[in-house]
Design a protein around this ligand. Structure first.
Ligand SMILES: *Cc1c(COP(=O)(O)O)cnc(C)c1O
Length: 357
């Protein structure tokens, strides 16, 4: 039996996708080998790679002049690569601090250059992200970096700031809603939240930005290298790209990003309504910034939270524990999380409250 898996990442994948991958695992399309066992430059894998890029371009309606890259090292290595490639000598980079992930991005950039924290609400409770009008921006900044969804605190940007070079860590909400890519210089996301298995990082970059990279940056660490080689400078993690390709097909069949956004909004709205109509459960994020991906809340005591998590697991509602740094409950309901699991959680919450409230 499949669990209702609320894990924040690596996270649930669509069951249809897992079954398709399982069916093709040992013998990929009559080749007598798995897609994992083939050259990353061969005909079969190349078709998957190119389809994956094309599907992402189609889903996000990516304009000319941008490249879709598959890189390694997770979102965390992008924290370093962005300033290495894009923060020129004597320039300042603006960052917003909205919580744990934004803070990590800031700390890496500070090792490589000058950082201005343009807004800081990283420690506020209830949690939120900055508003576009509270940003204290630097004239001529190399870029402005934001974290579109704070996976740990459950706060999400609903409207993005205007900037000549806006960069976003979208690890936990990429492909969950339509997006105007033309408003961004660079977007990146570790795959293991909302895209596929761990092992690749999706990067969408405006090609002209890659020209800024100083000559001192090693070849493998330059965006330009990956743009020019279609992410095949070295051996790309072929199986994660294959899985992402299947996920993009699944998303297209769901009506693309408009379709999945509607499903995501319905799931999140139901769960927030269940939290709001009770005095027992208390949401962690400021309502106007509530994430549709990671829903966070508290119970009256930590003992009750521990019991809630343990009882839920017995009812097949798995991995609801909040991040170890903040505690509480976190339900990650990414694209692949089924609506039936949200309904099951809400029923469980009502029963638990009736017993303990
Ligand atoms: C998980 C996460 C990261 C870290 O991703 P890795 O792939 O483990 O490096 C960075 N940013 C956000 C918003 C995340 O959710």
């Amino acid at each position: 039996m499949r669990a209702f898996n609320f894990s924040a990442g690596p996270a649930i994948l669509p069951e249809e996708v897992l079954k398709e991958a399982a069916a093709e695992l040992v013998d990929y399309k009559g080749t007598g080998m798995s897609i994992m066992e083939m050259s990353h430059r061969g005909k079969e894998y190349s078709a998957v790679h190119d389809e994956c890029v094309a599907n992402i371009k189609e889903l996000l309606n990516i304009p000319e002049g941008y490249s879709v890259l598959f890189m390694t090292g997770g979102a965390s290595s992008q924290f370093a690569l962005i300033p290495m490639n894009l923060l020129g000598e004597g320039q300042t980079a603006d960052y917003t601090n909205s919580g744990a992930w934004a803070k990590k991005a800031i700390q890496e950039a500070q090792m490589l250059g000058t950082v201005n924290v343009a807004a800081d609400c990283g420690k506020e409770i209830p949690t939120r992200v900055p508003t576009t009008d509270e940003l204290n921006l630097t004239d001529g900044a190399a870029y402005l970096h934001i974290t579109s969804n704070e996976t740990i605190s459950g706060a999400q940007w609903k409207e993005f700031p205007e900037h000549d070079c806006l960069i976003a860590d979208m690890s936990s909400d990429i492909l969950s809603r339509p997006l105007d890519v033309s408003k961004f210089g660079l977007i990146y996301a570790g795959a293991q939240k909302n895209l596929g298995p761990a092992g690749i990082t999706l990067v969408i970059i405006k090609d002209e930005l890659a020209e800024k990279c100083p000559e001192t940056v090693p070849t493998i660490m330059r965006y330009k290298t990956h743009i020019e080689s279609n992410s095949l400078y070295n051996t790309v993690p072929t199986f994660p790209v294959y899985m992402l390709c299947l996920v993009t097909r699944w998303l297209k069949a769901k009506g693309g990003l408009e379709g999945i956004e509607k499903i995501n909004e319905d799931k999140a709205a139901k769960l927030y309504a269940a939290i709001d109509e009770s005095d027992f459960y208390k949401g962690t994020a400021v309502p106007e910034f509530r994430s549709n991906m990671n829903i966070t809340w508290r119970l009256p005591t930590e003992e009750l939270e521990a019991e809630f998590i343990a009882e839920a697991a017995k009812a097949n509602l798995k991995t609801l524990k909040g991040h170890r740094s903040v505690g509480g409950i976190r339900a990650s309901i990414y694209n692949a999380f089924p609506a039936a699991g949200v309904d099951a959680l809400i029923s469980f919450m009502k029963e638990f409250e009736a017993k303990h409230g």
